[in-house]
Design a protein around this ligand. Structure first.
Ligand SMILES: [Zn+2]
Length: 80
């Protein structure tokens, strides 16, 4: 069975159920640097749009079975 690339999961920042997706290769590299964490294959990113004008997404990270894996919610930094 393959892992679905998108899932609806509760988000620690948005509160409530929102769509999440797995990270791209580039995002995984950044997440390793940002979090100092080697295992990033199972991180899910919240794609809930928090600013409709710019289309900015929430980007809070979580693990499949842990809503708040970090002491405070962590958002993946944007590129650049
Ligand atoms: Zn969210």
């Amino acid at each position: 069975m393959t892992t679905p690339r998108r899932r609806t999961l509760p988000c620690g920042t948005c509160k409530g159920e929102h769509e999440h997706r797995l990270l791209t290769d580039e995002e995984r590299t950044r997440a390793r640097e940002q979090l100092g964490r080697k295992a990033v294959y199972d991180l899910w990113l919240c794609v809930n749009v928090v600013d409709p004008e710019t289309g900015r997404e929430c980007r809070t990270l979580r693990l499949p079975f842990v809503r708040n894996p970090f002491p405070t919610p962590v958002k993946l930094l944007p590129p650049g």
